[in-house]
Design a protein around this ligand. Structure first.
Ligand code: PAF
Length: 282
């Protein structure tokens, strides 16, 4: 497994055999089973697998948890070695954002609601770094988790709009046994907070059950989620949403499909989760 810190090193290795296919798994490290599921899928579908590990400052607002974001590079590298990853890109901040860099990639409409409303500069940081990773590594496929549902929609829009020659592969959410979606941020939860954290998944599944029992009013589905979250004293609601899965705009009535999603704070840890629902799919 080759570990590279610079763009030149990556390019030299990437193009040793131009006929081979490459899959990229972009990450911010502190890897868990969710990341490993992406790596395994990439391993099965490509000749070469690259993983990037970069805690991207551009996608954190000044008051957010950039400094507290968990990191453990040695552990990450040994996990990736076990998965037979070929190339790991571990740039530092000045490699990704050299002094005087002043270019951002901004996706407009689909980046604005939901996470974009709570974190207005988040997605321009994500799309800028993902565009740079695509340019540096030039993978045929890139693997993203469904957990960041809006990120998938935003990156897909960017790929189409900027003609990136990359297939975006979306992999299912991996959950703990109590339903909590795996996330590097779960590490920051204290024991009592960890017990409270599955409330978001419970809220989403309650709304999902109501939908399949015939409830079509989006406001009622939102209310079901809010009521469940409010029952947990350690949880603070950020938002819940019943949105069109393509435009991410809020629905009045769910016709055949929707994206149920939400964000909560447990202490200062912000958790997100979602369940796509579709008539005939259960
Ligand atoms: O999903 C993430 O971990 C990050 O947003 C990504 C895609 C690695 C970009 O920094």
């Amino acid at each position: 497994m080759k570990v590279c810190k610079t763009v030149d090193e990556i390019r030299a290795y990437r193009w040793l055999d131009p006929r081979q296919s490459w899959g990229l798994v972009p990450t911010m490290g502190f890897l868990h089973e969710g990341h490993i599921s992406l790596v395994r899928r990439a391993r099965g579908e490509n000749d070469y697998v690259a993983v990037s590990i970069f805690v991207n400052p551009a996608q954190f607002a000044p008051h957010e948890d950039l400094q507290a974001y968990p990191r453990n590079l040695q552990r990450d590298l040994s996990l990736l070695e076990q998965e037979e990853v070929d190339l790991v890109f571990v740039p530092d901040d000045s490699t990704m954002y050299p002094p005087r860099s002043q270019t951002f990639v901004i996706v407009s409409e689909v980046a604005q609601p939901l996470e974009g409303a709570s974190r207005p500069t988040h997605f321009r940081g994500v799309t800028t770094v993902v565009a740079k990773l695509f340019n540096i590594i030039q993978p045929q496929r890139a693997y993203f988790g469904q957990k960041d549902a809006q990120q998938v929609v935003v990156v897909q829009r960017m790929i189409k709009d900027l003609d990136f020659n990359v297939e975006l592969v979306v992999c299912p959410i991996v959950r703990e046994s109590d339903g909590l979606a795996m996330s590097s941020r779960n590490e920051r939860l204290l024991a009592s907070q960890r017990l409270a954290a599955p409330v978001l998944f419970r809220a989403l599944t309650a709304a999902e059950s109501a939908f399949f029992a015939g409830q079509r009013q989006a406001s009622d589905l939102r209310q079901i989620m809010i009521a469940e979250i409010e029952r947990e004293p350690l949880a603070r609601l950020d938002y819940v949403s019943v949105a069109n899965p393509e435009t991410l705009l809020e629905l009045d009535v769910v016709e055949d499909k929707a994206l149920l999603s939400g964000a909560i704070f447990i202490g200062d840890v912000r958790l997100i989760d979602n369940i796509p629902i579709e008539m005939g799919l259960i």
